[in-house]
Design a protein. Sequence first.
Length: 766
Amino acid sequence: MGKKKSGKRLSKKQVADALQGLFQASPNETFSLKYIFRTLKLDTHPAKMLAIDVIDEMCWDDYLSKVSDNEYRLNQKGQVQEGTFIRKANGKNSFLPDDGGTPIFVSERNSMFALNGDRVRVAMMARRQNHIKEAMVTEILSHKVDQAVGKLKVEKDFAFLITEGNIFVHDILIPKKKLKGGKDGEKAVVRITQWPSKESKNIVGEVIDVLGKEGDNTVEMHAILAQYGLPYKYPKNVEDAAKKIEPGITPEEIARREDFREVFTCTIDPKDAKDFDDALSIRSLPLSPSKGRGDSKAPSPSGEGGGRGWEVGVHIADVSHYVKEGSIIDKEAQKRATSVYLVDRTIPMLPEHLCNFICSLRPNEEKLCYSVIFVLDDDANIKRWHLAHTVIRSDRRYAYEEVQQLLEDNGVVDGTGQPAPPATKKNPYKGEYAAELIKLDALAKKLRERRFKNGAVKFDREELHFDIDESGKPIRAYYKKSKDANKLIEEFMLLANRTVAESIGTPSKPPRGEASFPSGNKKGVKAKTFVYRIHDQPDPQKLESLRQVVAPFGYKLKTGGTKGAISRSLNALMDEAAGSREQKLIETVALRAMMKAKYSTHNIGHYGLAFDYYTHFTSPIRRYPDTMVHRLLTRYQEGGRSANQKYYEEQCEHSSDMEQTAQNAERESIKYKMVEFMADKLGEEYDGHISGIQSYGIYVEIDENHCEGMVPMRDLRGDYYEFDEAHYCLIGRRHHTKYQLGDPVRIKVARANLEKRQLDFTLADD
């Protein structure tokens, strides 16, 4: 219908009527521009441009919803909606609908004192000409927080709490009798007892805990935890319950389990770790099951001959044996959902008596485990495997650095992906248990190679660490890179997690090229309820944005095709960009395209790892989902019926939320230590690179110590700058000076505000 039969072009009304008919005929469908043009026979350029103009007007009038840059659907939302209120310090608040649609602006005068994260009901306001869509809060359905942390200001007749992060419209008033001994300038945690209303705009609260003097390291770390609603001390009754648990292992319990006490077993963890979740064992075995289990304490260095393979045990602390479902310890662990790792301390999910002593797989102590036992050939193909409750005795506790040194002493070059060369009589392996560790490393490298070949995404992210003195002050900042020893453990943990997830989720047929599983579902039978770790495919729009960003540098990226094709294209891009000036830009934009992994009973696979089924089985000391997985596996091993899916889905959502909250607190502690580390370096100059671009300034990461600060827009002199969000850059209007993500710059340290956890730089070139 691009033209009428008379040859005249279509009118705007005719195009609008045609579009209206198309969308109303299929109110639940999403249509691309390409489909619209084809269906309505808009085959001329003017007709297509007219249709785009009409569609834009329909979106402006809320008749249509814009799903992506070129996809639209009928807007069936009413004028009243429910969702989450997002408060911004600059007053540009917004409302996020429950369906995850586009945020809608809410001015301060229409916010009804709603706080960040509150669930609210809003009414859409009439659209003003040439103005953005606005909403008005009509009801606060529930408050996200009921307590706050901040600094006490105590006057003669009244007191109030000055909060951090501007999450409240006003400071919190505190009656003098509700101060709980808090003094002026001290940090405190306050419970809100009265919310703002039409009668009174004040927020009133009472002190529930005085943290102490501002600037004290422990006070500041506890303040960060309290800010995110995380616990900073353990309830005494829970600790007392843990101390009553009998640490000894009875002969009857050992008799019920597979005995690995005489098989070489070790743990490999960070040098400062105290809770050891996982251990690995290895011994040589016949590949044929009929030949029985092997009994050699140590494998031969070559691993050759006679149809023999390698039995590798992934042994995980059997937390669920000690922590019974519904117990006081279990309820506290369930509420916490995860251990929290701040810069200078760990806030454990379980009481210390359990996580560091009874459950921890300490060397030369008999420990109860839940284990995945694999028999692998020399190419790390699974010949058979089984799941078992076991008893182990670890022969040695290794730090990653020790294993890395042992591997390198025997010819391993980190980062090459190549195992150590075979030992000879002239050049035997050096180091205690070297043959076992080298064989584990060789098998792990085979697994890793296969994983990337199958489409796993390569993101070797470095982690910022601090060396701190006795008072908690940071004395060195550095990046910790994952090396061969870390990857050795990682691959076997991934293998165990994937294998147990497949055993519950897959039909009875085995996956590609691997042995049958001991469990599985008959065809047509619904899989039993299970806790999966899922990771969705990248955001298509953000992938397209990445493609546009890298194209000017001469790189190519596939944004369509199979999941494996896209991930392999991403990996090729990362490899090609390695060492280039634009590497940081490409890595940052690529990471932003990735979705967040989370827990769910509804499996969609794990995109980043290229696994159809994946779970978390290997860290029950520090993650509650792993404990849930242990309990479900035990239940199903014993022939139990499928568990209540609704209950486990609620627990998955809670665990995902708590994981995100813990990560936010961890980042906040890093930010605090960054500012503290740079506080005595004001005026000093450093080389760095642009690590972030915003409309209000540029973030710069110092190359030498990896601390990050901001150059505010007000300090970018000599021009007026426009923010090009699509290409991650600022461009000067007059001189066309360009600041882009990844660009090298030289900065001067200008300000270090510990109270606001804010580090400001200026450009030294200015």
